[in-house]
Design a protein around this ligand. Structure first.
Ligand code: DX5
Ligand code: ZN
Length: 220
């Protein structure tokens, strides 16, 4: 089986103990930090922005996977590059000129990600798939942690995997929302490469062990 990437979502961390939680992820078997930026316009919630990402970047020893749930993301591409983002993901639904934005992200030496809402058909990515490093497939409606996983996601993963393969692309599929030990293995079997987990990790009594269990589960 491929090496599945585990990306804990910092949205569910304890912001009063952020350095502690960052160090926990550093010493765990997690692969990336998943950082959710929400503007209160694209999604009905506001999370955190530049100053927090700057503080996280100062301590994080693993790649920063930044998920922008904001309108007009093109305005901030250079800003996030300067902050230390390694992967920058914009929402398909928020981009009029998606192709141009993907190029701009790559010009800043970041990997380019596209997130799709649960209602967005994967076929809409067919014409840009060669330019996308990561598809962040939302398995909940974006805006909040701790929601229930949407079962239709499995079907979408399989469809997207087919589009990636038939175009000879090397795009990774990331699943974001409601990931737990109950669905992790099935998601990887359907074709997922990256699993984001927020409340499942940080809500656990032992987050580090939970990450280890998740990693073991998807590698078995
Ligand atoms: C939702 C965010 C997710 C969220 C996942 O809008 O994009 O990354 O933090 O949280 P859980 O794992 O709790 O569903
Ligand atoms: Zn996210």
């Amino acid at each position: 089986m491929r090496n599945t990437i585990i990306a804990p979502s910092i949205l569910a961390a304890d912001f009063a103990n952020l350095q502690r939680d960052i160090e926990m992820v550093n010493s765990s078997q997690a692969d990336w930090f998943h950082l959710d930026v929400m503007d209160g316009v694209f999604v009905p919630n506001i999370s955190f922005g530049m100053p927090i990402i700057k503080s996280i970047a100062a301590h994080a020893k693993k790649p920063l996977d930044v998920h922008l749930m904001i309108i007009d993301p093109d305005r901030y591409i250079k800003t996030f590059a300067d902050l230390g983002a390694n992967i920058l993901t914009v929402h398909y639904e928020a981009c009029t000129h998606l192709h141009r934005i993907l190029q701009a992200i790559k010009t800043e030496d970041m990997q380019a990600g596209v997130a799709i809402n649960p209602h967005t058909n994967v076929s809409l990515l067919e014409d840009t798939i060669q330019d996308i490093d990561l598809v962040c497939m939302m398995s909940v409606n974006p805006g909040f942690g701790g929601q229930s996983f949407i079962e239709n996601t499995y079907k979408k993963i399989k469809q997207l995997r087919q589009i990636i393969e038939s175009n000879g692309a090397s795009t990774k599929i990331e699943i974001d929302g409601g990931v737990t030990n109950k669905n992790a293995k099935q998601l990887v079997e359907a074709g997922a490469d990256v699993l984001v987990a927020g409340s499942y990790v940080f809500g656990a009594s032992n987050p580090m062990e939970t990450i280890q269990d998740l990693k073991k589960l998807v590698q078995a």
